[in-house]
Design a protein around this ligand. Structure first.
Ligand code: SF4
Length: 453
């Protein structure tokens, strides 16, 4: 909205937040929704009907950014006149007030480090009728996490660290989310304790790089594995996960915690990104393939039933076919249970922008397809090997069809099975008998058969 426009906002009653990107953004959306509900607003069923409409954005991939830009452009023409429209998240940090020039109907821009200021910014918009932006470079640990409005009643995300100091050459996160700021352990323990008391069965600790937790605050004497030991002691804690990790910060103490702590799930997101040492160096990943393999071997020795996930970028500048083949070989050797696979795209503001994006698009797409096919093959083989076995499953919700239940194992395998809705939020034993695409189909075992594996 332009300053010169004569427009009077009604006191807003409803809100809608559209979320793009990672689990950190999902959690930030829950916190913003909680803040808005605290001031008396209710969730609107649609974007069109909302009095406050927020786009919580992501800058990691070009596609995510283009989607928001397209949407904002269309909003200018279609939205009802008194809607307050805001952009938050990584794109807000990257583009700051330049967004106002492109989208004159936009009312506020709030960066990733200023979620606490949402209410004050909305007030300022309402009462000054001006476009307001707040994009501090550093996160101040004054956020009220407990206000978060959670829609899921079984699983919850808990923020433990914000920002990233690793500066991988392709990644905007250190510039959009700033340097690492760990959250005090007492605050995390308190939130987790409350969530467990409310009946949550699975808590995922989130951050751009959770396993460097506490390194920025040596005076706390509490590194990531220390925090995990504290959380595991909370009475009633069933499952803890964490997402995401940098291989360099996966320590022996963390591996031992996965081995020893009953609540800590045996799944580790262990993103290698590329299989060639030259490309890893160019990406500034600060480990070699050999060091990565050593860590994986040690983890598998300590936790034999662990499963691994990864992220991989193909077509990074100057990547040759031989180097891509090295990445395929890593996939064959490690056999990840989950892999997020991408073709490289340039991100403004990153060091990699200095290099020519010289792998042609058709080559990138071809490599992406080949690596997707390989991962499909590996996952299909692994799925067959799990048939006929029984696993502990957290019953999460009803399946989309409304007839079956859906849940996941400690190692993040998804399964659907018949059962009563009353089982949602409980841990059950499920026998895996077949699969459809990536989902297992199972049979709930009655209590008397609980020990049959
Ligand atoms: S570790 Fe690298 S890829 Fe991950 S958020 Fe930090 S800079 Fe980005």
């Amino acid at each position: 909205m332009l300053d010169s426009q004569i427009l009077i906002f009604m006191e807003p009653k409803t809100y809608f937040v559209r979320t793009y990107g990672c689990q950190m953004n999902e959690l930030d959306t829950e916190i913003m929704a909680g803040q808005l509900e605290k001031r008396g607003l209710t969730a609107s069923p649609t974007e069109e009907e909302a009095d406050i409409l927020i786009f919580n954005t992501c800058s990691i991939r070009d596609l995510a950014e283009r989607k928001v830009m397209g949407k904002l452009g269309r909003m200018g023409r279609g939205q009802k006149k008194n809607t307050v429209i805001g952009v938050t998240g990584c794109m807000a940090m990257a583009k700051k007030d330049s967004l106002f020039r492109k989208f004159p109907h936009l009312d506020f821009v709030i960066g990733t480090n200023n979620i606490t200021d949402l209410g004050a910014v909305i007030d300022e918009v309402l009462y000054t009728k001006k476009q307001i932006f707040k994009t501090d470079d550093r996160f101040e640990e004054n956020l009220d996490y407990l206000v978060a409005k959670r829609n899921d009643k079984v699983k919850a995300h808990v923020s433990i660290i914000r920002g990233c100091d690793k500066y991988c050459t392709y990644c905007v996160v250190p510039y959009t989310r700033g340097e690492e700021v760990s959250r005090p352990p007492e605050s995390i323990v308190e939130e987790c304790r409350r969530l467990v008391d409310q009946g949550y069965k699975e808590l995922t600790l989130v951050g751009q790089n959770v396993n460097s937790y506490g390194k920025d605050k040596p005076e706390w004497n509490c590194l990531f594995h220390d925090l995990l030991y504290q959380l595991d002691k909370i009475p009633g804690m069933e499952r803890i996960r964490f997402m995401t990790s940098h291989p360099i910060d996966i320590t022996v103490q963390l591996m031992e915690a996965i081995r020893d702590l009953p609540s800590l799930c045996e799944f580790v997101h262990f993103p290698i990104q590329a299989g060639s040492n030259r490309i890893l160096k160019k990406m500034h990943r600060i480990y070699t393939k050999e060091q990565y393999f050593e860590k994986v071997a040690l983890l598998r020795q300590l936790v034999p039933n662990v499963t691994l996930g990864t992220d991989i970028i193909v077509g990074f500048p100057t990547e040759t076919e031989e180097e891509f083949q090295e990445t395929l070989e890593v996939m064959r050797q490690i056999r990840y249970s989950v892999a997020f696979l991408y073709a490289y795209s340039q991100r403004k503001g990153t060091p990699a922008m200095r290099w020519k994006d010289d792998v042609p698009d058709e080559v990138k797409q071809d490599r992406l397809q080949r690596i997707l096919d390989l991962q499909d093959e590996i996952e299909s083989e692994d799925r067959l090997a799990l048939l006929g076995k029984t696993f502990e499953v957290l019953v999460e919700r009803q399946n989309k069809d409304g007839k079956l239940l859906r849940g996941s194992t400690r190692c993040w395998r998804k399964v659907i099975f018949e059962g009563s809705e009353s089982l949602i939020g409980t841990l059950q034993q499920v026998h895996f008998h077949s699969c459809a695409h990536q989902t297992f189909i199972g049979e709930l075992l009655p209590a008397k058969k609980l020990n049959v594996i």
